[in-house]
Design a protein around this ligand. Structure first.
Ligand code: ASP
Length: 290
């Protein structure tokens, strides 16, 4: 299949190339595909991924067809495959998809146009991981030997699952922390306070209530008290360490209001980088390299 579905399909060499190309685009390099059309199909809520894909497409001179999943034939029971096949038949050159179904793209094996995965269930979020990696690379200029702890609702997080695999492959030490009820053993678990004091990258996650089947065992206030990143905890971080979060952030839960834009936070930089990394991935696909 073409496009970008999961980072497991990409070599580390291609990942570094994409990051370096995104940095080149950020520095002003121009590339344009004026006769191309790409559709966006979001079956789950999204602000950053949806609109940064759209900004990326506009920046590349590509026409965007924003499919309203509430008014399309999906509501008449059409399958994902038939919807995507329809866009392919209309002459669309690529399609961005987000779905709550894990690995929905396995149904789309016969589709020839590139598909860009905007997130599937709890499994993959490849462009989010690439923008996270780009942000780390801009900060440290390397991956090898860096320590990152992902903190929070790991079990429901496609961001955590994608990042753990790729960060380890790039030579980083990756840990997880936060409430024991969200520990799915996808990496080594360490105590929260130890993570704060020893990591190069603290990556926070929101509690993803919409994916829960049972309610959280503690109150939101208790969560903040025990696992929230407050300015006091930030003062215990390594001087060079940074804070990341895929957002949306829940201020006053996993992160204190005044930490969101503190000097260690790279949260809004991640969003900016998301546009360039998506431009890089789309440009690669339009050139037949993905
Ligand atoms: N925006 C990220 C995602 O789509 C993280 C989140 O929703 O908490 O997975």
């Amino acid at each position: 299949m073409r496009g970008l579905l999961t980072l497991k399909d990409l070599s580390t060499e291609t990942i570094i190339d994409l990051i370096e190309y995104a940095i080149k685009l950020k520095n002003g390099y121009k590339v344009s595909y004026p006769n191309k059309k790409v559709a966006t199909l979001f079956y789950e809520n999204s602000t950053r991924t949806h609109y940064s894909f759209q900004c990326a497409l506009i920046n590349l001179g590509i026409n965007v067809l924003q499919c309203d999943t509430n008014s399309s034939s999906v509501q008449k029971g059409e399958s994902l495959y038939d919807t995507v096949k329809t866009f392919e038949s209309l002459g669309v050159d690529g399609i961005v998809i987000r779905s709550s179904q894990d690995e929905y793209f396995k149904e789309l094996e016969n589709i020839k146009i590139p598909i860009f995965n905007g997130g599937d269930g709890k499994t993959n979020h490849p462009t989010q991981s690439l923008l996270d990696l780009m942000t780390i690379y801009e900060e440290y200029g390397k991956f090898e030997g860096l320590k990152c702890c992902i903190i929070g609702d790991i079990v429901h997080s496609r961001v955590a699952h994608t990042n753990i695999e790729i960060m380890k492959r790039l030579g980083m030490e990756v840990y997880i922390s936060g409430p024991e009820e969200y520990n799915d053993n996808s990496s080594t678990f360490i105590p929260f306070e130890e993570a704060i004091a020893t990591m190069d990258v603290i990556m926070l996650l929101r509690v993803q209530f919409e994916r829960h089947t049972e309610s959280m065992s503690m109150s939101v206030n208790e969560y903040h008290k025990t696992y929230g990143l407050t300015l006091e905890r930030v003062s215990k971080m390594k001087p060079s360490a940074i804070i990341m979060h895929p957002a949306p952030v829940n201020r006053g839960v996993e992160i204190a209001d005044d930490v969101v834009e503190c000097s260690k936070s790279r949260i809004f930089k991640q969003m900016t980088n998301g546009v360039y990394i998506r431009m890089a991935a789309i440009s690669y696909a339009m050139d037949g390299k993905l």
